[in-house]
Design a protein around this ligand. Structure first.
Ligand code: PEP
Ligand code: MG
Length: 519
């Protein structure tokens, strides 16, 4: 058992050793009638709700403002009197407190299912019911991450709330779920934490076990003694001028400050939604303007691309789906105001559009607001087919390889069964990128890539060889990407790309690219 090795999809290229800390969800055994009277069960339930509320109170002290807002939103759900009123119906029918809270929550979640704005809140509500069950049944749900380490987090998958709570003690992550473009993977790449996702049997590793996580090799090895390792990525010498522009992906002010310390020439993707995940109502124009202005002032020089709110399954924005047009208009106004206040000219792009009319409407609105450069993400298959029709409308397109792969393969980004299909070396994805680049270049439209594919330095050469003009990635990936890209000329990159495109599998394309890389 001690020498066991686990395999998965490595995120990043580094490695680290630490002791495991398992975040496992408590279990709700089964629906049970109580032998106690309903009033006693009601007291048990109210006591447990109070403890859960207190747990939320304690957790807000140690973490950043974004996660503390998410926690406050959850806390207000726990304190909602409607929850107790609903549970009392089941207590009166003789069910125990555990079953009654589950049933009460179920009646709320059933009502929300299918309502687009709230569908994504269902998981939060289910988590709350589980938290109450955990207290009632004395199960420990590890919520507070240790502050001293080195700690390797082991979990099924991690929510935005959990990743936002990572302390400096967290040196690596192993998850049984997720894939190369899941939320956990994106955050670990952003924080430079080696991670191994889609690992069969990860949760069996157990707590406080020594483990060495090697993201480059895609393995985790049990070892009670600390293991150190040298970086495995082949070091490349910078011998040629850079022929693509390298930018960074950010999601908040701190990311902007970290990126400013790298050689990135601007921001290729600002994921604006990440700062507002816990909001039930839209942030005001002035609040957004203030935030965007300080982010613009702290970011590296060069182009700065704001992506307007992207409300998706793994990062739902409750306020967005109610009134998307008004929210979008206000956001563009705030971006435009921040452009004036910061003295920087900015670019904006819309996510997830799939037809020409929607792109034209977006571009017109953004231009009316006075935004300097306007583009669109290409991350749906439908939009890849109409690139030539965007000539004269957009200034640029930015390929979101994460969602484009999801759409190409009909593969959920959070589901580990599809992790292999979402490998950015898949030849189908490379061919799709080539199609977009060829159509865009004929239409005179600039093309960049801001999906996770851009953060693999060898793949970066292949993408540049396909003809993209910029690559945007998490800050920790920037320096190595420049090493790789400036170790070859454009002609050499094109040869490497031609070779990679001969591959029929993700592994083949990667091996062919590696074999074609000059020494
Ligand atoms: C993408 O889909 O590739 C992308 C960059 O957007 P996100 O990962 O935020 O969905
Ligand atoms: Mg996307």
């Amino acid at each position: 058992m001690q020498s066991r090795t686990y395999q998965g999809i490595g995120v990043g290229t580094s490695a680290a050793w630490g002791r495991t800390f398992v975040i496992s969800k408590p279990k709700f055994a089964s629906e049970t009638k109580s032998s106690l009277d309903p009033a006693t069960e009601l007291n048990r339930l109210k006591g447990a709700l109070a403890i859960v509320s207190q747990q939320f109170d304690q957790s807000t002290s140690a973490i950043d403002s974004v996660s503390s807002e998410i926690i406050k939103a959850l806390q207000s759900m726990v304190q909602d009197p409607a929850l107790v009123i609903e549970a009392e119906k089941h207590l009166t029918a003789g069910w125990d407190a555990e079953t009654s809270i589950q049933k009460a929550m179920m009646s709320f979640t059933e009502a929300l299912r299918g309502v687009p704005t709230f569908e994504d809140r269902v998981a939060d509500l289910e988590d709350i019911a589980l938290r109450v069950v955990a207290v009632l049944t004395h199960q420990i749900w590890n919520f507070e991450l240790p502050e001293t380490g080195p700690v390797v987090i082991v979990a099924e998958d991690l929510s935005p709330l959990e990743t936002a709570q990572f302390t400096d003690a967290v040196v690596a992550v192993i998850t049984s779920g997720g894939g190369p473009t899941s939320h956990t993977a994106i955050i670990c790449r952003q924080k430079n934490i080696p991670a191994l996702v889609a690992v069969d049997g990860a949760l069996e590793i157990g707590n406080n076990v020594g483990v060495f996580v090697d993201a480059f090799e895609g393995i985790a090895k049990l070892s009670e003694t600390p293991v150190t390792s040298e970086p495995k990525q082949i070091k490349r010498q910078r011998t040629e001028p850079l022929f693509v522009s390298l930018k960074g992906n950010i999601g908040n002010l701190e990311d902007a400050e970290v990126l400013a310390k790298t050689e990135a020439s601007g921001v290729g993707l600002m994921r604006t939604e990440l700062m507002f995940l816990s909001r039930t109502s839209a942030p005001s124009i002035s609040e957004q303007t203030k935030l965007y202005t300080s982010i613009l002032k702290s970011s590296p020089k060069g182009e700065f691309i704001f992506r307007t709110f992207d409300s998706a399954k793994d990062k739902p924005l409750a306020f967005y789906d109610n009134n998307p047009s008004e929210v979008l208009e206000e956001q563009l106004q705030a971006i435009s105001d921040a452009q004036d206040l910061s003295g920087r000219s900015v670019s904006v792009m819309a996510p997830m559009l799939s037809n020409v009319q929607d792109v034209e409407d977006f571009v017109e609105l953004a231009r009316t607001k006075g935004i300097a450069r306007v583009g669109v993400m290409v991350e749906t298959v439908a939009l890849t087919e109409v690139i030539s029709e965007l000539a004269g409308t957009v200034d640029f397109v930015s390929i979101g390889t994460n969602d484009l792969s999801r759409d190409l393969f009909k593969a959920d980004r959070e589901d580990s069964r599809f992790a292999g299909l979402l490998d950015p070396w898949q030849p189908e994805l490379l061919r799709a990128v080539k199609g977009i680049v060829d159509a865009a270049s004929k239409a005179g439209i600039e093309v960049g890539i801001c999906g996770e594919a851009a953060s693999d330095p060898l793949l970066g050469i292949v993408l540049a060889g396909l003809g993209v003009q910029s690559l945007s990635m998490a800050a920790p990936a920037v320096s190595e990407a420049i090493d790789y890209l400036s170790s070859v000329s454009l002609e050499q990159a094109q040869l490497i790309t031609a070779s990679a495109l001969q591959g029929n599998t993700a592994l083949e394309t990667k091996e062919l690219a590696l074999a074609a890389l000059p020494n």
